[in-house]
Design a binder for this molecule. Structure first.
Ligand code: 13P
Length: 257
């Protein structure tokens, strides 16, 4: 089955809403219809810029898709400081990152919490981008695949096969995030393949075939083409390089490289 590649820029805690608008304007200046045809292109700004970017996308009829970096699992309530899935859906947010390694490591998100978020995002009609990946220590101990399988099992508890089709999983080895150290294209391809195999065992082969598995971790203009040529890699989740309009545009033009 042909899966449309998904190129997503996770801006993390960078850019105020005015800087965010400027980045989208510069990015879209560098992209052509064939780039949007070749991949789905997603920007994932901080919450404070979502409304501005949504308005820009609508007014200028941009082909960009909007994502959010996190959410709470409840639809509403006394949860000071949190943002609910229906609030994001109302802003035409299509994708929500669930379980990014920074949230797991810095904000105590366990597989159980990630699971609640995944289910809440699905219930609100959006698509989770479920992030998984091993630490350097785990990789060196030969446990990379076991760790990732465990994260998938825990985060997808209670999710049905029909919901899994259409979901996105981002394989992001923790040691490759923000370090300039990318997984080799072979290792990245093998791990993305292992993700799909695990999904196939847990759900159905057909459901797993529909899931897009992205690679993330120091994706740059210089390595994107090689990564995207791998059969198991269906896209890129880009941090640092997505903050530079020209670099991210090159990444979005991977099919022309
Ligand atoms: P970098 O591209 O900066 O390594 O970040 C990857 C990432 O965490 C995307 O979610």
């Amino acid at each position: 089955m042909a899966r449309t590649p998904l190129i997503a820029g996770n801006w993390k805690m960078h850019l105020n809403h005015l800087e965010a608008i400027q980045l989208v304007q510069q990015l879209t200046y560098h992209l052509e219809p064939r780039d949007y045809d070749a991949s789905e292109i997603v920007v994932i700004p901080p919450f404070t810029a979502l409304r501005s970017i949504q308005t820009l996308i609508e007014n200028d009829r941009l082909d960009l898709v909007l994502g959010a970096q996190n959410c709470h699992w409840e639809d509403g309530g006394a949860f000071t400081g949190e943002i609910s899935p229906p609030m994001l859906a109302k802003l035409k947010v299509a994708y929500v990152l669930c379980g990014h390694s920074e949230r797991r490591a810095l904000f105590g998100e366990t597989d159980e919490i990630v699971n609640r978020k995944v289910r809440a995002v699905l219930a609100a009609g959006m698509t989770p981008i479920l992030c998984v990946g091993e630490t350097l220590e785990q990789r060196e101990a030969g446990d990379a695949e076991t760790v990732v399988r465990g994260q998938l099992a825990g985060s997808l508890e209670g999710v049905g096969a029909e919901q899994v089709t259409g979901m996105v999983v981002a394989y992001e080895p923790v040691w490759a995030i923000g370090t300039g150290r990318t997984a080799t294209s072979t290792d990245a391809n093998d791990m993305c393949g292992a993700v799909r195999a695990a999904l196939g065992e847990r759900f159905t082969g057909a459901a797993a075939e529909g899931v897009r598995v992205q690679y993330g971790g120091s994706v740059k203009p210089g390595n994107v083409a090689e990564l995207m040529r791998q059969p198991e890699i269906d896209g890129a989740l880009v941090g640092g390089a997505s903050l530079d309009a020209e670099d991210f545009a090159v990444i979005c033009r991977h099919h022309r490289l």
